[in-house]
Design a protein around this ligand. Structure first.
Ligand code: FRU
Length: 509
């Protein structure tokens, strides 16, 4: 947190200058350079973690860490957006403002169908959000107890929220990083379970009324990655071959597989009191540099839909956008899959992405001899498309997105190391922060002899889902002009069984 405050003071001057410049030459909103066209970003200003994601009355709610006065991190609010299909978003007025107890840090929201909280009135089901109150005065004073959990409720579909008069509901026991509550209903024991990030481990609490929380257990001091602080956890069940497993997501910053922020997960069992992992291996939900604080929507039944923040704390405050900063990933469906004797999480873009499909170009039995230029195939797609490749053989290849200035982003596979990579060292603007440029790698997590790769390409980001989603990578980039060229490159000959390129409509029109 100190780092964030430091950054805030240091670059306020630069940012004010940038915002003024942007105002001197206004561009239409959502048409600015680098503005994501198929991903959610707020109309203006700073965004980080997705918060309070809940499905209610046929609507997906997305709240988010938001600072409405600048394009750098500041006193946190909860911004709000809604969608009927997870793809097309409408931004609504700010849902939660900082108050005397502090800034509104990350948290979750639940549908309290049985009115366990007593907040429901006249038969109206309350939506209850649970978040961290971060007291900046306590932090400045050097106390350890400046993060506490509070609740708010809404009786009008999340439009307006009332803060509970006896907040906070869970007081800090003396742990500096004590935050990001994710709450779920544990039906078997008719109680709510809160999964809370407590510095270098997870603490589980339970309550029957969302107000009186009792500590159940801890997990993780010795398990998983520990290169940084544990933040934004999530706990949910998924079935595999008829058997129920529990997945514990733990975001960590820094200490990710490619530096900085990242999302790790554990698969195991949860009995309402305690989480027991199958093993203590470290696993990453996304190996790229730019997926963080990802968690899932509440109240979606057995479907588990994940969304992350598409950035990294290493440079989130410096990326070269001018009127807004940062965005969310594409929502992803999570499934468990068995591979090489392990139970892994596989991610894939939600089916609803088809709502913005335009035209599809299909190429079958394509033989690439060193290189093939596919630029003409994407020329009508304005830089937003899904590319799917299906390969019968495991050979080195790279997919190059490039522009007329010779800037390029490389995505590929190296058979020798059996790994995927994204290389943005020559992808345009890179020197705004020393860790931004880089070549990021991810292991191939299947023994299968064939391979598939799906890229979701937006104006300034790519998300990669390989081998049925077992390996996922996300990266942002900032070319000086759009990447209008697409080439596949290989050493000798490469046989592509099937290639599909589908254009995507902007969600802002
Ligand atoms: C994660 C995080 C959370 C915190 C929030 C503050 O990115 O640091 O732990 O609640 O951001 O904005």
């Amino acid at each position: 947190m100190k780092t964030k405050c430091g950054i805030l003071m240091l670059i306020t001057f630069i940012t004010v200058t940038c915002v003024c410049k942007a105002q001197d030459s206004p561009k239409k909103t959502y048409q600015e350079q680098y503005r994501p066209q198929v991903h959610f970003s707020p109309k203006a200003h700073w965004v980080n973690d997705p918060n309070g994601m809940v499905y209610f009355n046929h609507t997906y709610h997305l709240f988010f860490q938001y600072y409405p006065k600048d394009i750098i991190w500041g006193p946190m609010h909860w911004g709000h957006a809604v969608s009927k299909d997870l793809i097309n978003w409408k931004e609504l007025p700010i849902a939660l403002y900082p108050d005397s107890l502090g800034y509104i840090f990350s948290g979750s929201a639940v549908v309290d169908s049985n009115n366990t909280s007593g907040f429901g009135k006249n038969g109206k089901i309350p939506l209850v959000a649970i978040f961290t109150h971060h007291d900046p005065k306590g932090e400045k004073a050097g106390t350890e107890v400046f993060q506490n959990q509070s609740i708010v409720y809404s009786l009008d579909n999340g439009t307006t929220w009332t803060k509970y008069s006896s907040n906070p509901v869970l007081k800090n026991p003396g742990i500096k990083d004590f935050r990001d509550p994710k709450v779920m209903w544990y039906a078997r024991q008719k109680k709510w379970v809160m999964t809370l990030a407590t510095q270098d481990h997870i603490s589980f609490y339970s309550a029957t009324d969302l107000k009186s929380w009792k500590k159940e257990s801890e997990f993780g001091i010795k398990e998983g990655a520990h290169g940084g602080v544990w933040e934004c956890p999530d706990l949910f069940s998924l079935k595999l071959n008829g058997k129920t497993y529990w997945v514990l997501i733990v975001n960590i910053n820094p200490g990710g597989p490619n530096g900085g922020s990242a999302t790790q997960y554990f698969v195991g069992n949860f009995d309402g009191n305690k989480f027991t992992p199958i093993d203590t291996n470290t696993r990453w939900l996304d190996y790229g540099p730019d997926e963080y604080a990802g968690i899932t929507w509440s109240n979606t039944g057995s479907r588990k839909i994940f969304l992350g923040w598409m950035s990294n704390w290493q440079y989130a405050n410096q990326v070269p956008t001018q009127t807004w900063r940062n965005a969310m990933t594409i929502p992803r469906d999570l499934k468990l899959q068995q591979s090489k004797g392990e139970i892994l999480l596989a991610s894939k873009p939600v089916e609803e992405l088809k709502n913005i499909h335009t035209k599809t170009v299909v190429l079958k039995q394509l033989q690439v001899n060193k290189t093939i230029d596919l630029s003409s195939k994407i020329s009508g797609f304005k830089g937003q498309y899904v590319l799917k490749l299906n390969l019968a053989q495991l050979k080195d290849y790279s997919i190059k997105l490039s522009n007329k200035n010779g800037e390029e982003l490389l995505i590929g596979y190296e058979a020798g190391k059996d790994q995927y990579y994204i290389d943005r060292t020559k992808a345009g603007k890179i020197d705004f922060q020393k860790n931004f440029a880089g070549r990021f790698t991810a292991p191939r997590l299947t023994a299968a002899k064939s391979s598939d790769i799906t890229l979701v390409v937006d104006k300034a980001s790519v998300e990669i889902f390989t081998d049925g989603g077992l390996t996922t990578m996300t990266a942002v980039y900032f070319p000086n002009s759009d990447f209008n060229n697409l080439t596949v490159i290989t050493e000798g000959k490469l046989n592509i069984n099937n290639m599909r390129i589908t254009g995507l409509k902007s969600i802002w029109k």
